[in-house]
Design a protein around this ligand. Structure first.
Ligand SMILES: [Zn+2]
Length: 143
C-alpha cells in the first residue's frame, strides 16, 4: 500500500503485512501516517489525494465560517477513530486554486476521495452521527 507522508509528502510503500499507522517515512523518518487531519495546500493537495491508497476525506473550510469551527472538533475526533481512512483540511482562503478546481461553492464542504477520484461530497455543518453516516455511505459506494 502507498501512503503519502503526512509530514514531508514523500510517497512510502508499506508492505501489506505491516500496520500503516506504525510506519515511519523513508525520507524524513517521522510518522508517515497521521491520525490528526493533515493541512493541505495548493502545492500538496493533489499528491496527497491521488497517491494515497486509502480514501481521503477533505474538509474545505474558512476561518470566518461558524459552522466550520463547530464541525472541526467532530472531524478531528472521527479522524482519530478511523485508522483505515485519511483526513485532511483545506483552508479555502489560502488554497484558492484547489478550492476553485474542486468547485467549492459553500463551506464547509466535505469531499470523499479514493485514489484521486471524487466519490461523494456533502455541504453544511454535520454532527458526529451525521458525519459517520455519510462516511458509511461513501464506503458502500466503493464496494
Ligand atoms: Zn516524510
Amino acid at each position: 500500500m502507498h501512503i503519502v507522508c503526512s509530514q514531508c509528502g514523500a510517497i512510502n510503500r508499506i508492505p501489506e503485512a505491516r500496520n500503516h499507522t506504525q510506519a515511519k517515512c523513508g525520507k524524513c523518518q517521522q510518522a508517515a501516517y497521521s491520525s490528526h487531519p493533515v493541512e493541505l495546500t495548493d502545492n500538496s493537495f493533489y499528491r496527497f489525494v491521488e497517491k494515497n491508497d486509502l480514501p481521503v476525506i477533505v474538509d474545505f473550510w474558512a476561518s470566518w465560517c461558524g459552522p466550520c469551527q463547530a464541525m472541526a472538533p467532530v472531524f478531528t475526533n472521527i479522524a482519530k477513530q478511523s485508522e483505515s481512512l485519511l483526513f485532511a483540511k483545506v483552508n479555502t482562503e489560502q488554497a484558492q486554486k484547489v478550492s476553485a478546481e474542486a468547485s467549492i461553492r459553500s463551506i464547509p464542504t466535505l469531499i470523499f476521495f479514493h485514489q484521486g477520484k471524487e466519490i461523494d461530497r456533502i455541504s453544511g455543518g454535520l454532527s458526529e452521527s451525521q458525519l459517520k453516516n455519510w462516511i458509511m455511505q461513501c464506503l458502500q459506494k466503493l464496494g
